[in-house]
Ligand binder design. Structure first.
Ligand code: DGY
Length: 338
């Protein structure tokens, strides 16, 4: 792309340091509105761009790629999850696409642990109670929760974030079970003291179940009414992955009926809406998709997205590329100049 300033779209305001990097080298169009662009505006804005930094709220599919045009080189997603991106469509269009793994692992594991603690020990409910001005006095049976320490944690999806949660759990003397379609090497199990379980066994044995799967057709409603019925009535369910992994209607019913002690949720089936029945459950702790939301981590994600963007624009391999086939194809046909 030589010395020219390629036209770039950034679909939402990112930490300033990262925007300054883009602005210094590119002709940047920044959507600086309150929320996401509507679909029509997104398709109009992407037309003619050489690169885009997208968010998990932007759907990248054939329609988007057609609207962008054949000069588009890279879609750099500002998230580790990439269920908003049709990676195969990017590959078909010869467009590189990337995500932001690693940099948010520890922060998201902190959020999952915080939700476990808050839901088990009724932190948000206690806060609401005090603010309501209801008269109270310390009592032996007041607002009893569930212990976290020395309990069994079942981790569903044992990738980077799941494993980071397991490390935290060891500090609380928890027994750690996990389920994943990929088994990590035995030394990882040993180091984390984690035991593999069949998915349904894990649900039956665990006092806490924390979800860390990608959203795919196989994991949509992985937690449904039948699976909830397998869990202990004293159990706590935590989700920092993607909302549609849980059938929210079934979860609200289980929480209301005392079939489950509590839930801690960072993500929702129809974000940004939250199922009204969940909002009515005192035993649901709900936060607005804050898993990676710290100053340090959001900047690290933005810088990684910009690194990917620049690499894609200037014919280097993006550090966290999702479709290496496109890169290999471009190098074999001599597109790469580096
Ligand atoms: C992600 O990165 O996938 C999160 O959901 C936002 O940090």
């Amino acid at each position: 792309m030589g010395g020219e300033r390629p036209p770039i779209l950034v679909t939402r305001r990112l930490p300033q340091e990262a925007l300054d990097r883009v602005d210094a080298r590119c002709d940047m169009t920044l959507h600086d509105g309150e929320g996401a662009m509507d679909r029509g505006q997104l398709l109009r804005e992407v037309a003619g761009k050489a690169g885009v930094i997208t968010l998990l709220t932007d759907r990248v599919d054939d329609e988007f790629l057609d609207a962008a045009g054949p000069q588009l080189k890279i879609v750099a997603n500002y998230a580790v999850g990439f269920d908003n991106i049709d990676v195969d469509a990017c590959t078909r269009h010869g467009v590189l696409t990337s995500n932001t793994p690693e940099v948010l692992t520890e922060t998201t594991a902190d959020t999952a642990f915080a939700l476990m603690m808050a839901a088990a020990r009724r932190v948000a409910e206690g806060d609401r109670f005090l603010r309501s001005g209801t008269p109270w006095i310390w009592g032996p049976l007041m607002m009893l929760g569930q212990d976290v320490h020395h309990r069994t944690l079942g981790i569903v999806g044992f990738g980077r974030i799941g494993q980071a949660l397991a490390r935290r759990a060891r500090g609380f003397a928890m027994r750690v079970l996990y389920h994943d379609v990929y088994r990590p090497p035995p030394d990882v199990e040993e180091e984390l003291g984690a035991e593999y379980r069949d998915f349904e066994e894990l649900l039956r044995e665990s006092d806490f179940v924390s979800l860390h799967t990608n959203l795919t057709p196989e994991t949509r409603h992985l937690i449904n009414a039948d699976r909830l019925a397998m869990m202990k009535p004293t159990a706590v369910l935590v989700n920092t992955s993607r909302g549609p992994v849980i059938d929210e209607h079934a979860l609200a019913r289980a929480l209301r009926n005392g079939q489950l002690f509590a839930a801690g949720l960072d993500v929702f089936e129809r974000e940004p809406s939250v199922h009204p029945d969940l909002l009515a459950c005192e035993n649901a702790v709900v936060i607005p998709h804050l898993g990676s939301a710290t100053v340090h981590t959001r900047l690290a994600m933005a810088n990684l997205a910009v690194d990917n963007l620049f690499a894609g624009l200037w014919d280097e391999r993006p550090p966290t590329l999702l479709n290496p086939q496109v890169w290999e194809q471009s190098t074999s046909t001599g597109r790469s100049s580096s």
